[in-house]
Design a protein around this ligand. Structure first.
Ligand code: ZN
Ligand code: ZN
Length: 417
């Protein structure tokens, strides 16, 4: 039998990322600035180790090269881990999956299907936006990177300096990189200045600069870069201690608006707990399986539960709205077959928001029918957005500030925010 070359999933990956070493490593599509970052760090440290370290080890302390080497190793390993790993890319929906979602979302009367949903996260309404590129509802905190052309979980920002998105899976390494780079820059600057100062004590500064111009270059590079690096380290320390992302901070997602406070539902209440969760919590597995074998049959790519939904006979049109009671009116157990109802409790009151501005929408908005939360559609949303993995929260409590049976949210107030 003729052997057939195996096609791996990274070779047919839909985004713009570039893969290296047969899919083991990945970067953003244009990693040129990342190469510049590497060259700057390695070049400056080479000057430090070649010219400052021998002099300072003899005149000051033998620990100087050891400290420099430790900081350099930590910085470089954190940079490479940030730049070459999966930042938390959420796979796009397969064609059949997207078609089923579109069909299930179609609104009556030929109107376009709603493009946003709401879920409750610890009692706070969080909007899930539909990604037209990835054909799915983004999990909370995810965003689509236009450069990499992927949705990234807990998207922080796209960083050209590290040549990758910064997201749920590599934020801790990015933070380690920024903090260790701050220490490294300060250390190399201090060593270069000390070297120059010791030489200048007898012969003057001009003679010292002529004797070791490499130290002057290293000091200049560190002096010019250390301020922005220190500022970045402070900013990300603030973000980690409040469990926010750069994206959320820039958008003011949790800032007070019109006198109404909007606390961060992801915060664990104190800075230590937030830092521990963000920087030391369990690392989420990669969802893109880039070294897996690609198969043509799309159903092979889908979870078994989703295949069951796809292959189930279509329900009669009249039967859809009737049977499922509005969740909250009773138990969720009727919505799931064999699964734990509590797992999906945060999807209580999921709400289809009208994509047409309410003021100009000709037909009056109706309350979403109970069928919007049928078992198959909930499973569909779960499977397409992997919302369990994305939320990564403790089991939420029922919202304390909402009446238990309010059938509809207030979309006007929420959409006005
Ligand atoms: Zn997307
Ligand atoms: Zn990106």
């Amino acid at each position: 039998m003729a052997s057939r070359r195996v096609t791996r999933k990274w070779e047919v990956f839909a985004g713009r990322n570039r893969f290296w070493c047969d899919g083991r490593l990945m970067t953003a599509p244009h990693p040129g600035v990342f190469a510049l970052t590497l060259a700057l760090i390695c070049g400056t440290c080479a000057l430090h180790f070649a010219f400052d370290c021998p002099f300072l080890a003899a005149r000051v302390s033998a620990a100087v090269p050891a400290v420099g080497a430790a900081l350099f190793a930590l910085t470089l390993s954190a940079l490479l881990r940030t730049a070459l790993s999966d930042p938390g890319i959420i796979p796009r929906a397969a064609a059949a999956e997207a078609a089923a979602l579109e069909a299930g979302e179609a609104a009556p009367g030929g109107r376009p299907p709603p493009r946003a949903r709401e879920v409750l996260v610890r009692g706070r309404a969080v909007k899930l936006k539909y990604c037209f590129t990835c054909k799915m509802f983004r999990p909370p905190r995810a965003s689509h990177c236009s450069l990499c052309d992927n949705c990234v979980d807990r998207f922080d920002h796209h960083c050209p300096w590290v040549g990758n998105c910064v997201g749920k899976r590599n934020y801790r390494y990015f933070y380690t990189f920024v903090v260790s780079l701050s220490f490294l820059a300060v250390f190399v600057f201090a060593c270069a200045v000390t070297h120059l100062a010791l030489l200048a004590r007898g012969a003057g500064l001009a003679a010292a600069l002529r004797a070791t111009p490499a130290s002057a270059v290293a000091a200049a590079v560190c002096f010019l870069s250390v301020w922005s690096v220190l500022g970045l380290a402070g900013f990300h320390t603030y973000l980690a201690s409040t469990d926010q992302t750069t994206n959320e901070d820039i958008k003011g997602s949790f800032s007070t608006r019109r006198g109404v406070s909007n606390p961060n539902p992801y915060s664990r209440g104190n800075a230590c707990a937030n830092c521990w969760h963000v920087l030391c919590g369990p690392l989420a597995p990669s969802l893109i399986d880039r070294r897996g074998v690609f198969t043509i049959d799309v159903k092979d790519e889908l979870p078994a539960s989703f295949v069951r939904v796809l292959s189930a006979p279509p329900a009669p049109a009249a039967a859809a709205p009737a049977p499922a009671p509005w969740p909250g009116a009773g138990s969720y157990s009727n919505l799931f077959e064999g699964g734990s109802p509590a797992r999906h409790a945060y999807m209580n009151r999921s709400l289809d928001l009208d994509p047409v501005p309410l003021a100009t929408s000709p037909p009056p908005r109706r309350a979403p029918p109970p069928a919007a939360l049928s078992a198959s559609r909930l499973r569909l949303l779960h499977d397409t957005t992997m919302i369990d993995a994305a939320l990564d929260l403790d089991e939420p409590e029922p919202p304390p500030h909402l009446p238990p049976l309010a059938p509809v949210h207030a979309p006007r107030a929420l959409s006005a925010l």
